[in-house]
Design a protein around this ligand. Structure first.
Ligand SMILES: Cc1cc2nc3c(=O)[nH]c(=O)nc-3n(C[C@H](O)[C@H](O)[C@H](O)COP(=O)(O)OP(=O)(O)OC[C@H]3O[C@@H](n4cnc5c(N)ncnc54)[C@H](O)[C@@H]3O)c2cc1C
Length: 440
C-alpha cells in the first residue's frame, strides 16, 4: 500500500491535518515530499497535498500522476510541470554567477526599478528581474498587504475546505526579504510624473529609473449596484471579509447569496458557495451562464451539473435597484422580480483604472496600451503587465501570460538576451468543480 492509499481524506478533515497525517505515514526510507510548479501558470503541486479535486489523493508522488491529469488552474498536462523550490536571493545569486548573466550597468545613484502592484504580476516581475540581476534596486509599491496567494483559489476555496486565512502562501514581508526587494505595502500609487521619473504615493514621492505598472483591474459595477452594498471578489482581503460575513456553516448555517453576473467568476463562485452549503441565486442578462461561449454550449452543461445543487439561475434580467432592508438586501430586476438575500456579490466584469496611466499621458486602448513584443507603454521607461494591459485593444486577464510577460520585460530592462512576448489565445479552465469545463 502506498502513502496515498493509506490516507483518505474525510470531508471534516482540514488540509493541514491531512498533510500532517500524510507526513506521519512516510517510512523513514521514503524520500521527502517534493513540490512541482506549472510552467504555464505558476500553480504549485505539492505531493503532500495532492489534488483531491483532480483525483489525486494527498501523498501522490509526481511520478505516479497519470498522464491525462491536468493542471488544476490552467489545464496543461503533467509534462508542463518542473521541480519547484521557492527562489531565494542566495540561489538566484548562485545561478547568476553560474551562467554569467549580465548585471545592469553601473548604478551610480540609479533609482532602479519601481513596480506598482503586488499581485501575481508584480511579484513575478520582481522574481524575473532578480533572476537576471542580484543587485538591481527593486521597490514594490502596493495598496494591499502584498502577501503572495493564488487568486484562482478564491473561487474554489470553500468546496476544497480551505480556510480563508490559510490562502496566503507567503507574507509580503517574507517574500521581499527572500528576493531582496523593498516592499511598501498599504501604499497607494497616486500619480506618475514622467518628466522627473517620479511616482507620487500616499507615503511620499519615489524616484525610478524604470517603472512597471502591474496594478491589475477593478470591478466594473453597474450603476444599480452601490459599491457599499455588494462584494467584489478580486482580492484576497475582500474575499476574507466575505467569508467572515457568511460565517461558519457549522455555527450559523446556510445563507442566501445573490450573485450578479454569470460569467467565469460568477459561475465559479456560485458553484463554490453552493458546494459549501449556501443557497445561491445567480442572475444574468443572458439566457444562460457563460454566454460568451455559445458555440461550446457551456451554459447548458453547467445548468445540468447544478441540478442537485442549491443554485437557482435567473437569466434574461437586468438589475435596477439594490437596497438594504432590515439587515438584509433586496434586489429588484427590470421585469419587476424581487430577491432578498443575506449577501450580494457583483461579478460583472473588470475594467482597468486609468488614473495612473493618464497622469503619465500613456496611450490607452481598453487598458494600458503596450507594445506586443516588449510590453513597453508609449513611454519607453514604463512597462505594463498583467490585468491592467491591453494589446491591440485586447485586455489579457489570465494567469498564464504573466510569467512570460515578466521574463520579456526583465530581459528588456536588464539588456539580456531578448525574450519577446507572444500573445496567445487563452484556453480557459472553468473551475466549476461539479462540471469543470475547458473553453477556447
Ligand atoms: C476569483 C478569481 C478566479 C480566477 N481564476 C483564474 C483561473 O482559473 N485562471 C486564470 O488564468 N486566471 C484566473 N483569474 C484571473 C487571474 O487571477 C488574474 O488574471 C491575475 O491574478 C491578475 O494578476 P495582476 O497581478 O495583474 O492583478 P492583481 O492580482 O489585481 O494585482 C494588482 C495589485 O496592484 C495593487 N494595486 C492596485 N492599484 C494600486 C495603486 N493605485 N497603487 C498601489 N497598488 C495598487 C493591488 O492591491 C494588487 O496588489 C481569476 C480571477 C479571480 C478574481
Amino acid at each position: 500500500m502506498n502513502n496515498a492509499q493509506r490516507i483518505s481524506r474525510s470531508s471534516s478533515t482540514t488540509a493541514t491535518a491531512v498533510a500532517a497525517a500524510v507526513h506521519q505515514a512516510l517510512d523513514a526510507s521514503d524520500p521527502p515530499f517534493q513540490s512541482y510548479i506549472c510552467d504555464a501558470c505558476g500553480y504549485i503541486y505539492h505531493e503532500v497535498d495532492g489534488d483531491p479535486d483532480g483525483g489525486l489523493p494527498p501523498g501522490t508522488r509526481y511520478a505516479d500522476i497519470p498522464e491525462d491529469w491536468s493542471c488544476a488552474l490552467c489545464g496543461v498536462s503533467k509534462a508542463d510541470f518542473s521541480p519547484y523550490t521557492p527562489p531565494s536571493l542566495e540561489t538566484l545569486r548562485a545561478a547568476i554567477a553560474g551562467h554569467g548573466a549580465p548585471t545592469v550597468a553601473t548604478r551610480g545613484g540609479n533609482a532602479g526599478v519601481l513596480i506598482v502592484g503586488a499581485g501575481r504580476a508584480g511579484w513575478q516581475m520582481a522574481e524575473a528581474l532578480r533572476a537576471l540581476d542580484a543587485s538591481l534596486p527593486i521597490t514594490l509599491v502596493s495598496n494591499c498587504a502584498g502577501d503572495l496567494y493564488d487568486k484562482p483559489l478564491l473561487s474554489i476555496a470553500m468546496a476544497r475546505g480551505l480556510a480563508p486565512e490559510a490562502l496566503a502562501r507567503e507574507s509580503g514581508a517574507a517574500a521581499a526579504a527572500r528576493l531582496g526587494v523593498r516592499l511598501l505595502a498599504h501604499t497607494q500609487a497616486v500619480r506618475i510624473c514622467a518628466d522627473t521619473r517620479t511616482l507620487r504615493t500616499t507615503r511620499g514621492v519615489l524616484r525610478y529609473d524604470r517603472l512597471v505598472l502591474a496594478h491589475g483591474a477593478q470591478a466594473n459595477l453597474p450603476a444599480a449596484l452601490p459599491a457599499a452594498l455588494c462584494w467584489r471578489i478580486n482580492h484576497l482581503a475582500a474575499y476574507q471579509r466575505l467569508r467572515a460575513a457568511l460565517g461558519r456553516m457549522e455555527h450559523e448555517g446556510p445563507k442566501d447569496v445573490l450573485i450578479v453576473g454569470a460569467g467565469l467568476i460568477g459561475s465559479e463562485i456560485a458553484n463554490d458557495l453552493a458546494l459549501g452549503g449556501h443557497r445561491v441565486t445567480l442572475l444574468d442578462p443572458q439566457a444562460a451562464p457563460l454566454a460568451r461561449w455559445p458555440a461550446e454550449q457551456a451554459g447548458g452543461a453547467l445548468l445540468d451539473a447544478w441540478r442537485d445543487l442549491a443554485i437557482r439561475f435567473v437569466g434574461g434580467v437586468q438589475v435596477v435597484q439594490l437596497e438594504q432592508l432590515h439587515g438584509r438586501y433586496r434586489l429588484t430586476t427590470d421585469d419587476g422580480q424581487r430577491f432578498v438575500a443575506d449577501q450580494v456579490i457583483a461579478a460583472t466584469g473588470l475594467e482597468t483604472p486609468s488614473r495612473l496611466a493618464q497622469s503619465a499621458g500613456l496611450h490607452w486602448y481598453n487598458g494600458i496600451a503596450v507594445d506586443a513584443a516588449t510590453l513597453r507603454t508609449s513611454d519607453a521607461r514604463i512597462h505594463a503587465m498583467g490585468d491592467c494591459i491591453a494589446i491591440n485593444g485586447q485586455p489579457s486577464r489570465f494567469i498564464e501570460p504573466i510569467a512570460r510577460q515578466a521574463r520579456a520585460i526583465a530581459a528588456d530592462i536588464c539588456g539580456a538576451t531578448p525574450a519577446p512576448y507572444e500573445a496567445r489565445a487563452a484556453v480557459v479552465r472553468v473551475k466549476t468543480t461539479s462540471r469543470p469545463l475547458t473553453l477556447h
